[in-house]
Design a protein around this ligand. Structure first.
Ligand code: FEO
Length: 402
């Protein structure tokens, strides 16, 4: 890849990784990604972010196409996760006088990421700016979009916003322009953008709305994100911003959603799920109560359902002194940032010692979930009396939600 001119004095100098299929261990990237970085040239010159360390040489070659290294004055780090900050230490070896600029939180992270406690970082606050001569870099705090250190950089002369992860996508577009994405690839881009939003910004919806509010009065010709194509006014920018707004706005629900998730080897825990559900329905007739056998469901959808619930229940048999793997997989999808205080309850059939509920409780309480004081457990096959007790258990749990 070579450097790409985006506007007068603004260049893309990042790198493409079209073959990446898993980002940060957990995010599928069917369409690859890009580690974007930019160069802003006024009388002085600023780099906006670095790239993943694996791609440093290509990044360096791209920069040199635009300007000699010794002419670069500033490195602006809008966010310091290592996919953007991984090359800072190496870059500073080549440009020792580079002035690194970040938020207060970013300055702390950078010292640890570079393992240089005496690294000089210029800390900028919301509303402050740096005059490059013919170009201004104005800084906008954007906390939790998606890290505490996140900020945006705005260049008013070009109506250009550098937003780091915000509004980005894991979609490798080698022209760097959204206007190059052909209509037949739009659905692929949309899917990548939604997956990216869900994984990265889903836990931070109130902050997304605050971030959009801060951008509301800015003139934006384009938003240069740090993954995926640059979003332009003529291209996808208005649509992506509106989608972020809609996805981050909680729908007002008339009814409570109370899903029961379970696994059942021989149908015993399944029977408990149905009996408990009937007790919940009796106490809360307007609630949406449904049972989900995790072995028959899409785990991502189940995780989303759990995260959006008003309360949830989890049932597992005990296998080798533990809950079974699909149940743990469900809990791996929990939005740990927003789950605190959510009411939950546990149940399950077991044969010997029945540790599943105890272990699930430890995990959920560790996430500060409000786990109902009792678990409902039976040995082997539930009797009629035990099914009636399960129904009463559901009714009692539901009464705490009314
Ligand atoms: Fe693309 Fe949060 O780093």
């Amino acid at each position: 890849m070579a450097a790409i001119k985006l506007a007068e004095g603004i260049y893309s100098v990042g790198v493409f990784n079209p073959n990446l299929r898993l980002f940060d261990i957990v995010m599928p990237t069917e369409y690859g990604t890009s580690y974007n970085a930019y160069l802003v040239k006024g009388e002085k010159t600023a780099l906006i972010e670095t790239v993943h360390l694996d791609f440093f040489d290509q990044y360096l070659a791209n920069i040199k196409e635009v300007t000699p290294l010794e002419e670069i004055d500033y490195l602006i780090m809008n966010h310091n996760e290592p996919d953007h900050s991984g090359s800072v230490a190496k870059l500073m070896e080549l440009i020792p006088n580079l002035k690194v600029v970040a938020s207060q939180a970013g300055s702390l992270y950078l010292k640890n990421i570079t393992n240089n406690k005496s690294l000089a970082v210029t800390v900028v606050k919301d509303g402050e700016s740096i005059d490059l001569g013919g170009k201004t870099l104005s800084f906008i705090n954007a906390p939790f979009l998606h890290w505490p250190d996140s900020m945006f950089t705005y260049v008013p002369e070009n109506e250009a916003l550098f937003s780091c992860d915000f509004l980005g996508s894991h979609y490798c577009e080698t022209t760097m322009l959204d206007t190059s994405i052909l209509p037949r690839y739009k659905a692929a881009y949309d899917s990548a953008m939604l997956g990216y939003y869900t994984a990265i910004f889903g836990p931070f919806k109130p902050y997304v709305l605050k971030g959009l509010e801060k951008l509301k009065d800015l003139s934006l010709a384009f938003v240069a994100t740090s993954h995926g194509p640059v979003l332009t006014k003529e291209g996808f920018l208005p649509e992506v911003m509106e989608k972020y707004r809609v996805w981050s706005t909680s729908a007002v629900r008339e009814t409570k959603q109370i899903p029961l998730f379970y696994c059942s080897a021989y149908g015993n825990t399944a029977q408990l799920a149905e009996a408990i559900a009937s007790g919940i329905r009796e106490t809360l007739p307007d609630a949406e109560v449904a049972c989900y056998d995790l072995t028959e469901q899409n785990m991502g959808e189940m995780g989303a359902l759990l995260n959006a619930s008003d309360a949830f229940l989890v049932g597992s048999p005990t296998l080798n002194r533990d809950a079974v793997p699909p149940v743990w997989m469900l809990l791996a999808h929990i939005d740990a940032i927003n789950i605190a205080k959510r009411p939950a309850a546990l149940f399950g059939s077991y044969g010997w010692s029945g540790e599943a509920c105890k272990n699930l409780r430890a995990r959920l309480e560790g996430l500060k979930v409000n786990v109902y004081a009792e678990d409902f457990r039976v040995t082997f096959v539930p009797s009629e009396e035990e099914l009636a007790n399960a129904k009463a258990f559901g009714a009692a749990f539901a009464a705490t939600l009314a």
